[in-house]
Ligand binder design. Structure first.
Ligand code: XMP
Ligand code: MG
Length: 198
């Protein structure tokens, strides 16, 4: 049987690309540093690593969205707290897929009065795009397989995995999530709802 889980981008390659994105972004901003807005929860590891490569005094803010269905509406579960009026805003996304989420986010920042809105997305599933939306900085173009780790989750779990994995067999993950846990965390990895592996 083929491997159900495949490491798509290893930790060193992720870190190297994040540093490059930091340099690209740094070179483009002059004068006022942007407000960096992380989209919870998936962007957290990426955002944490990225901002360490920005050599200016950024302010951080966060928001969280709830999506209904696959192509459904997006609603705001938690809003930002800083004033965006007249500010440059850099949205940090884990992954852009259909582009619907990002379209909504950009519009939201504009409504809040942002002077300039740009996006940095670690991953881009470009072939799945439904709405054309600008992504000024992108880490990696990826295929349409289900991705996991470095912020991306399965049932809320595995965002803390240090590298990026592709799930080739979602049924195996659903039936035996401990197999993936053992693969990335080692034997005896704890996982909710499953007894520790011996
Ligand atoms: P849209 O389609 O609006 O969606 O561009 C972006 C959001 O979809 C989620 N997404 C994924 N989450 N593994 C995940 O864990 C994936 O492979 C994946 N592809 C899309 C993600 O929440 C993102 O913000
Ligand atoms: Mg998710």
């Amino acid at each position: 049987m083929s491997e159900p889980f495949v490491e798509v981008v290893d930790e060193a390659t992720l870190q190297e690309r994040v540093a490059q994105l930091g340099s690209e972004i740094s070179a483009d901003y002059e004068g006022t540093p942007p407000i960096v807005v992380g989209v919870l929860k998936g962007s957290l590891p990426f955002m944490t690593d990225l901002v360490k490569h920005l050599p200016f005094g950024v302010e951080l803010d966060f928001l969280s969205l709830t999506r209904f269905g696959h192509h459904g509406r997006v609603s705001l579960a938690m809003d930002t707290s800083l004033s965006m009026d007249g500010r440059d805003v850099l949205i940090v996304e884990d992954i852009v897929d259909t582009g619907l989420t990002l379209t909504t986010l950009r519009r939201l920042m504009e409504v809040k009065g942002a002077r300039d809105v740009r996006t940095v997305a670690l991953l881009d599933k470009a072939t799945r795009r439904i709405v054309d939306v600008p992504v000024e900085y992108r880490g990696f173009e990826v295929g349409d397989e289900f991705l996991l780790g470095y912020g991306l989750d399965w049932e809320g779990r595995f965002r803390n995995v240090r590298s990026l994995w592709g799930v080739m067999d979602l049924k195996t993950l659903a039936d035996e999530p401990q197999l993936f846990a053992q693969k990335v965390f080692g034997e005896g990895a704890l996982i909710r709802g499953v007894a520790a592996a011996r």
